[in-house]
Design a protein around this ligand. Structure first.
Ligand code: ZZB
Length: 258
């Protein structure tokens, strides 16, 4: 499985995360949350970044002045793939619990929303990708169901309601809708992130319709088919130093919905 790993720069830490990293990295170091995605062409529509609240993340040294927030498992894979300056064993500067990251402000490359918050998602798997997931509610039914839930129960989740209410901008046009994920969530009567089975079905439908029938509505490749735009957007992000290729051993790939 070849992912695109995206660099979301930390602009401001949540208080507990700030405590966890204090004095552990150089003052002028840049830190990134690094989600792994299969949908580089949707990055215009990022509205937040999900972490698993019970997952322990590490701050791993990518180069002298750059650190990545990812799972240990991902750090080991990256060290092995020559993504870090130092090959072999990853260097960890600090641990930080997912729940302590919530509220952290990050800058997602390419996105219309220049600053988005880190928010909780229980279904994030520590065993897949980097354990960090960027949220695109226009095109990912899981993400749409989760941001809807977070906005509804902001107090319960310990977040500010407005963090989950960023405008959802149409990115891709398909025969069904310009906002395929919200459309499918409604159509399959998905009420919450707990509707795992319907969400899995919605995800499969969204992947298929988005890829084979989707047309870009925004960005440099507006008007082009998703099929054609996808590799171009990815190449652009990589060239700009805002993303890199990250691959996962095949047998370890598990679907988000089990
Ligand atoms: C942005 C995005 C935009 C994604 C979209 C999907 C869609 P899959 O499909 O389940 O095999 N993901 C990545 N890592 C994790 C994790 N550790 N736990 C849970 N979910 C994870 O895996 C690929 C997708 O699952 C990734 O692509 C990521 O969400 C999420 F419009 O990134 B995606 C129809 C889907 N649309």
């Amino acid at each position: 499985q070849e992912y695109t790993a995206l660099k979301l720069k930390v602009v401001e830490w949540a208080p507990k995360a700030a405590e966890a990293v204090k004095g552990k990295i150089p003052e002028d170091a840049k830190v990134y949350l690094v989600p792994a995605t299969l949908r580089a062409e949707t990055m215009y529509g990022q509205t937040c970044c999900f972490v698993g609240p019970t997952i322990t993340y590490g701050l791993y040294k990518a180069s002298e002045k750059e650190y990545f927030v990812i799972t240990e498992r991902a750090a080991k894979n990256m060290a092995y793939q020559g993504i870090f300056e130092k090959e072999g064993v990853p260097e960890k500067a600090a641990d930080v619990l997912g729940s302590d990251l919530i509220g952290t402000l990050v800058n997602p490359p390419l996105s219309f929303h220049k600053e988005v918050r880190v928010l909780p998602m229980e279904s994030v798997l520590a065993t897949k990708g980097t354990g960090v997931v960027t949220s695109v509610p226009s095109d990912s039914p899981d993400d749409y169901a989760m941001v809807t839930e977070l906005a509804k129960k902001a107090d319960f989740y310990g977040i500010k309601k407005e963090w989950a209410e960023l405008e959802i901008i149409p990115i891709i046009q398909t025969p069904s809708s310009d906002l395929l994920a919200p459309y499918l969530v409604k159509k399959l009567k998905i009420a919450s992130p707990k509707d795992v089975k319907q969400l899995l079905e919605a995800k499969e439908l969204a992947y298929k319709e988005g890829f084979y029938q989707g047309k870009m509505l925004v960005g440099e490749f507006a008007g082009e088919k998703v099929e054609d735009a996808k590799p171009k957007v990815r190449a652009q992000l990589i060239k700009a130093g805002e993303a890199f290729a990250y691959s996962e051993p095949e047998n370890k790939v598990v679907s988000r919905s089990g």
